[in-house]
Design a protein around this ligand. Sequence first.
Ligand SMILES: *[C@@H]1O[C@H](CO)[C@@H](O)[C@H](O)[C@H]1NC(C)=O
Ligand SMILES: *[C@@H]1O[C@H](CO)[C@@H](O)[C@H](O)[C@H]1NC(C)=O
Ligand SMILES: *[C@@H]1O[C@H](CO)[C@@H](O)[C@H](O)[C@H]1NC(C)=O
Ligand SMILES: *[C@@H]1O[C@H](CO)[C@@H](O)[C@H](O)[C@H]1NC(C)=O
Length: 384
Amino acid sequence: INNSSSLLSFLFAVISSISSPVKGCFTSIISFGDSVSDTGNSIEISVLETGKLPHTAFPPNGCTFFHRPTGRYCDGRLVIDFLAEALGLPFLPPYYRYKNGTSENFENGVNFAVGGAGALNSSFPGIYNPSTNVSLVDEVNSFKQFLNLRTDFKQLLRNSLIVMGEIGGNNYGHAFKQGKSIEDVRNFVPPVVDSITSSINELIELGAVTFLVPGKFPIGCSPTYLTLFQGSDKDQYDPLTGCLTWLNQFSQYHNQLLRKELEKIRNLHPDTNIVYADYYSTTLRIYHSPNKFGFKETLKACCGTGGLYNYNLSRACGYPPLRQCCNDPSSYMSWDGIHYTEAVNRLIANVVFEELMNSIHSLNNLCPTSTINKLRMIYPKSEM
Ligand SMILES: *[C@@H]1O[C@H](CO)[C@@H](O)[C@H](O)[C@H]1NC(C)=O
Ligand SMILES: *[C@@H]1O[C@H](CO)[C@@H](O)[C@H](O)[C@H]1NC(C)=O
Ligand SMILES: *[C@@H]1O[C@H](CO)[C@@H](O)[C@H](O)[C@H]1NC(C)=O
Ligand SMILES: *[C@@H]1O[C@H](CO)[C@@H](O)[C@H](O)[C@H]1NC(C)=O
């Protein structure tokens, strides 16, 4: 896809088809990550760690789809929710809500992603995470405990789609907020990527086969970073998008390193499927032509309490609780200054689903032939 108008027609083609779920490839989705894919874990973790509910427990979070706060950092569905829908699976239940050992809730998926979690924990030099002690290592350890209860764990791993990330964003975000220089923060990128690839390798050893690994968003377009670095020199902003160029370059640096390391895993394990989800290019295309995708506000949060980007670092969406959404959340890209609206998540999910389905033919015996044939019809090769 070379220009946004063909992307547009392509996305709409996918939107109409995603409504018919593709069943039969995966029996469950297992998700690791942070707030980008948290479906309710941080409510449990926050109460355990601080005795307080997080801001996502309050309205208007959840206002467009669930019509109540669910713990999602969004007005509606996340990318992971749209993927579950597309694959004919239920929304992923948050692991830490049911960790009393009941596994029947997790038959078709389980979510370990925790809002605020990092890829690195505070024992890594220079890393301090004020929002939670949970890190990717803890999430993977929880999964291993969960697997211990299952006699069919090999089969479960083999037939699951593992979504690894997005994770690491909080390590960078806190470092920037703590005043670390871009050079210092760049030094965290190799260990963050290493933590992601180590987790993937660990799960491959246990028997996992299919991974979806999202890259980073263009953080220079995010209201939280735009507010943090508000008043930067004019030449640091992209004149077309209003995003901070050096921060987007930082996201690209993370993504390049991640892709390089994923390629190494593919070479070492040719029998696995490791699909990179290009969140960066997908969302950047929207920033370049927002009108074409129905967006009016790209850099201002829908849910906020004022300021140039409608974002205030000390007053997150939900504090104080508001009864209502902003007018027409689907015309905003940013929900709360950090996370995207459901409208953006839907577009990302369409592209990610397409990426996933295009690599599925290399999955030996995982998807029935009938499913593959159906997919070929829905996604003709010429569309790419
Ligand atoms: C575990 O927790 C779930 C949700 O809170 C509850 O429905 C279930 O009854 C609990 N199971 C046991 C064995 O306590
Ligand atoms: C922090 O992560 C490392 C691995 O990256 C792990 O060995 C260590 O036990 C973790 N520390 C805590 C306190 O969780
Ligand atoms: C992290 O763990 C330490 C030590 O147990 C504790 O003092 C601290 O409050 C925890 N932080 C959070 C955010 O839960
Ligand atoms: C952000 O919120 C804090 C706390 O309510 C307030 O004191 C401050 O003035 C706000 N900042 C802006 C730029 O609105």
